[in-house]
Design a protein around this ligand. Structure first.
Ligand code: ADP
Length: 259
């Protein structure tokens, strides 16, 4: 049995980092990593110094999303230099182990890897470190949320009821560890047909906004389901970097301004 969750205020901060923000989701595949990377780039576009910690240890996405390969160099003792992509400082399990290795790790190894990526990396001065959390709201995620001195959390959800129920679990998880929820982003909110321009609410629409209102937390924005968002992410050039004045980049920058 686990004891009472440790209060957020008891955790030591990371010297040089002003605020750490988690991006979380109740389940996988809702666009958490896509949102995390574009949010980080949006914060950077707003003039902040930003880092990204890919804490999705079983399925790291940042090497691909930011088109970074190679291994971080040690700077001193165990301390590693973060990798860089589009001006972001980045650390990910994907840089440290082969793809299949972390899959078989047990909880304590995952925790020590996370602690190392957090505390034994020469992050330097950052205004914000964006943490891409592993999907879900189970014990593993709770433990991770406890390890990181979080200033707040952003929850990503699709409009579907099921995803929303999972998002609600995420809210409760962060409340248990005293981390303020900065708001909900509704991803895959609607679809605009590129041929006829007709809008389709594929997964329903507006559920996250209604849910946020009900729960009294900010609603940070709606991101449509769009080919470009997927294609640019797969190409390692997320929309905020590849099309900074485009409509999608603007939506992400608005989310960044809201957190
Ligand atoms: P998660 O981190 O929640 O598992 P990802 O960010 O990896 O989800 O996204 C899952 C897949 O959906 C990826 O292929 C990604 O490119 C795609 N995707 C995410 N958001 C959108 C969107 N708004 N429009 C189109 N594709 C998206």
């Amino acid at each position: 049995a686990r004891g009472e969750p440790q209060s957020n205020s008891q955790k030591p901060g990371i010297p040089g980092i002003k605020a750490i923000i988690a991006v979380a989701s109740g389940k996988g595949g809702v666009g958490k990593s896509t949102t995390a990377v574009n949010l980080a780039l949006g914060l950077q576009a707003n003039g902040l110094k930003v880092g990204v910690l890919d804490a999705d240890i079983y399925g790291p996405s940042m090497p691909r999303l930011l088109h970074i390969s190679g291994r971080p160099e040690p700077v001193e003792g165990r301390v590693l230099k973060p990798m860089e992509g589009y001006g972001l400082k980045v650390m990910s399990m994907g840089f440290l182990v082969e793809e299949d290795t972390a899959m078989i790790w047990r909880g304590p190894m995952v925790m020590s890897a996370l602690t190392q990526m957090l505390r034994e990396v020469a992050w330097g001065e950052l205004d914000v470190l964006v943490v891409d959390m592993p999907p879900g709201t189970g014990d593993a995620q709770l433990t991770m949320a406890q390890q990181v001195p979080l200033a707040g959390a952003v929850i990503v959800s699709t409009p579907q009821d099921l995803a929303l129920i999972d998002a609600r679990k995420g809210l409760n998880m962060f409340r248990r560890v005293d981390v303020p929820v900065l708001g909900i982003v509704e991803n895959m909110s609607y679809f605009l047909c590129p041929h006829c321009g007709e809008r389709s609410d594929i997964f329903g629409h507006g559920g996250a906004r209604a849910e946020a209102e009900k729960l009294g937390i900010p609603f940070l924005g709606e991101i449509p389901l769009h080919m470009d968002i997927r294609a640019k992410s797969d190409a390692g050039t997320p929309v905020v970097i590849s099309d900074p004045d485009g409509v999608h980049a603007r939506l992400y920058k608005d989310v960044a301004s809201g957190v």
